[in-house]
Design a protein around this ligand. Structure first.
Ligand SMILES: Cc1ncc(COP(=O)(O)O)c(C=O)c1O
Length: 438
């Protein structure tokens, strides 16, 4: 049974999924683009688009405000989506899921909350001392982080006097448990790291890392942005204190992100953004706040997007995350093998593909070519990829380059699309005269 559920999708099943996505229907009908940029943003199936439209046409009302039946129905849809997302990442309760604008917002909610805890405002939230930082404390990250999991910690360090430390990457862009063991110590208060790198596709051994962090009393913050859409993720099992991900990378809408937190962590974290509807009692001098998650959701939320994210989760669950992972694994194996067979092309991240080490993407640097030239050529060939630093400048700098070309897959990607990328990459070498013979 276990093996059965890890069966990759057949080409007919992938074609069935593609038929659900208006974008792919149009592209396939018109012989259009090979879309290999899902890790930047994914397309949405009609089930997600229809859910949002249905909500807006039939149920839209001011969620959590007032007493009308209309508000009740809208609130039920809104909270129903929270319950779906909670179950999807194996949170014990929906209250462990906080809506934010995106993964960036989720990471900032934690870092800025710790900033508040480090000031006089900390006294307003019971238990927030655990988040208060000062001189002598260390925040640990890695050199491989997306800027969203770097800059908020830089600012927290500047604000509190804590030291920002990082685990340097190795030659292939990865880092190991041993590297983390060396960097963690009794001064480490926070360890924030990416589950899956958006540049190397490297899958960090999260559970082991969390255990190491726990042993020194550090709070763990996981950037799970590139994991949740691609591999089964169980935050309870991984043991992380906080985790962040984005709706628009998992077949859902823009404008919605998720912060997962362990209940006692969320309960002690001060809110860094405040305003209407997150409160219980307000006087002219003071405000008292709701328990989480509503404490962290001041102001009107992107309600229709949240309800549609629930539909995206339904879609992923029905397809089966194990099978999605198995399908992407085959595609990435093909992608990596094709790249490794190409002289003059450097693969970033783990070599010789293994599903335990890499998922969903491969980024390359082509000898003699700027990534933007490669990107322009691929674009002419109808291959949509991401070029640039992918919001990971320090990682690229450490690898000795300013930018790279990244191809990524999802449950809707075909082997033919991957071949189109590989062919176009060879074509770029030929076109610009940098072809290297094997
Ligand atoms: C690893 C990683 N972290 C964080 C983010 C930020 O996500 P968002 O822009 O949706 O906030 C991204 C987006 O590319 C990412 O790949």
């Amino acid at each position: 049974m276990e093996n059965m559920s890890r069966e990759p999708f057949s080409p007919a099943e992938v074609a069935g999924f593609r038929a659900d996505f208006p974008y792919f229907v149009t592209q396939d009908r018109e012989g259009g683009a090979a879309y290999l940029d899902s890790v930047a943003t994914s397309h949405r199936p009609k089930q997600v688009l229809d859910t949002e439209r249905y909500f807006l046409e039939n149920l839209n009302a001011a969620v959590h405000r007032g007493t009308s039946g209309a508000v009740g129905a809208a609130t039920e849809a809104f909270e129903g989506a929270r319950a779906k997302v909670a179950a999807f990442v194996d949170a014990s309760t929906p209250e462990q899921i906080v809506w934010t604008g995106n993964a960036t917002g989720a990471l900032n909610t934690v870092a800025m909350g710790m900033g508040e805890a480090s000031t006089a405002l900390g006294a307003l939230t019971e238990g927030s001392e655990r988040f208060a930082l000062g001189a002598g404390d260390e925040i640990l990250i890695t050199e491989a982080e997306h800027h969203a999991n770097l800059i908020p910690w830089q600012r927290l360090a500047l604000k509190t006097g804590a030291t920002l430390k990082y685990i340097p990457i190795r030659e292939d862009g990865t880092w190991t448990v041993d590297d983390a063991r060396e960097a963690l110590n009794e001064r480490t208060r926070v360890f924030a790291f990416g589950h899956v790198s958006n540049v190397t596709g490297y899958i960090a051994p999260v559970a082991e890392l969390v255990e190491l962090a726990r042993a020194v009393g550090a709070i763990t913050v996981l950037d799970a942005c590139q994991a949740v859409p691609h591999i089964p993720v169980n935050f309870e099992e991984l043991g992380v204190d906080f985790a962040a991900f984005s709706g628009h990378k998992m077949l859902g809408p823009n404008g919605i992100g998720v912060l997962y937190g362990r209940p006692e962590m969320l309960a002690a974290l001060p809110p860094s953004r405040t305003g209407g509807s997150a409160i219980t009692r307000v006087t002219m001098e003071r405000a008292e706040f709701m328990p989480p998650p509503l404490r962290f959701e001041p102001g009107t939320q992107p309600v229709s997007q949240i309800v549609a994210l629930g539909a995206a989760v339904d879609y992923l669950v029905a397809a089966d995350m194990q099978r999605i992972a198995a399908t992407e694994d085959l595609l990435v194996e093909h992608l990596v093998a094709g790249i490794e067979a190409m002289p003059g092309v450097r693969l970033l991240g783990p070599a010789s593909h293994s599903a335990a080490q890499r998922t969903s993407l491969a980024a390359v640097s082509v000898d003699g070519l700027h990534a933007h030239d490669v990107g322009q050529f691929l674009d002419q060939e109808g291959v949509v990829v991401r070029v640039g630093h992918h919001c990971a400048q320090p990682l690229h700098r450490a690898l000795g380059m300013a930018s790279s070309t990244r191809a990524s897959v999802h449950m809707t990607t075909t082997k033919d699309e991957v071949d189109r990328f590989l062919d176009a990459l060879r074509g770029a070498q030929r076109y610009f005269g940098v072809e290297v013979s094997a």
